[in-house]
Design a protein around this ligand. Structure first.
Ligand code: G3P
Length: 228
């Protein structure tokens, strides 16, 4: 499964690149606006931090297909590397997706809430579709079930489009999404920390340390190897 961070906060992204096996960054206008920053400088800095090889998904704010295509081309030129234009699903968005597919520009169709939206976006040529798990849970619509139906449909029809589950509030949602075979999740930096934390792991590490020190004091493995 691919792990992507849903953030435009430079320090958070830097930390995720350093400490986790990060596959990319997703943003949306809400996430970008939280930074109150020079937009172009910000997205170029994100690219510089993650390198050309990690995915960068940036959302369009245009509402007509022609304007979406123009924005996608300009954004791709500005940030380079492995770039995806995020397009919220709508008739104009789908028209833009089909045009972008013909042009070889990769699309992540976003704001997906139903399996049929996902199927149509995939057929239009999206490389990823992004269903919103927690927002579905908030309206008692079972985000994991919706994602499982999308994964199942894509398998059944042998569709070349990945499911990038988005909108998470806890680790349980992420675990269940992994169990139904989503290809990718985009999560907050805070959830990266929560996914890898367990108090028993900390106790175990502490015990290993104490047992080692009871015999070797503060000498490290490297110290002992270098003494030979
Ligand atoms: O990119 C979509 C995702 O960020 C939505 O998450 O937490 O606003 O529901 P949230």
């Amino acid at each position: 499964m691919q792990y992507i961070v849903d953030s435009a906060h430079l320090e958070e992204i830097r930390e995720c690149v350093e400490f986790y096996p990060l596959d990319g960054v997703t943003t949306n206008p809400t996430i970008i606006s939280k930074e109150h920053s020079d937009f172009v400088k910000l997205i170029k800095e994100i690219r510089a931090i993650i390198g050309a090889e990690r995915m960068l998904h940036i959302q369009t704010t245009a509402t007509t297909s022609e304007a979406i295509v123009k924005e996608a081309v300009a954004l791709m030129e500005a940030v380079g590397g492995d770039f995806y234009i995020k397009v919220p699903i709508s008739p104009e968005g789908l028209k833009a997706t089909m045009a972008l597919k013909r042009m070889g520009i990769k699309v992540t169709e976003t704001a997906i809430f139903t399996p049929q939206q996902a199927l149509i976006a995939a057929k239009a040529g999206a490389s990823y579709i992004a269903p919103y798990v927690n927002r579905l849970d908030n309206i008692v619509s079972d985000g994991v079930h919706v994602v499982s139906e999308i994964v199942e449909m894509f398998k059944r029809y042998d569709i070349d489009c990945k499911v990038l589950a988005a909108s998470f509030k806890n680790t349980e949602q992420i675990h269940k999404i992994a169990m139904v075979g989503a290809h990718a999740v985009t999560i907050s930096p805070d959830l990266f920390k929560k996914l890898t934390y367990h108090p028993l792991t900390l106790y175990a590490i502490d015990d290993f340390q104490k047992d080692w020190e009871s015999v070797y004091g503060d000498e490290t493995v490297l110290d002992l190897l270098e003494e030979k």
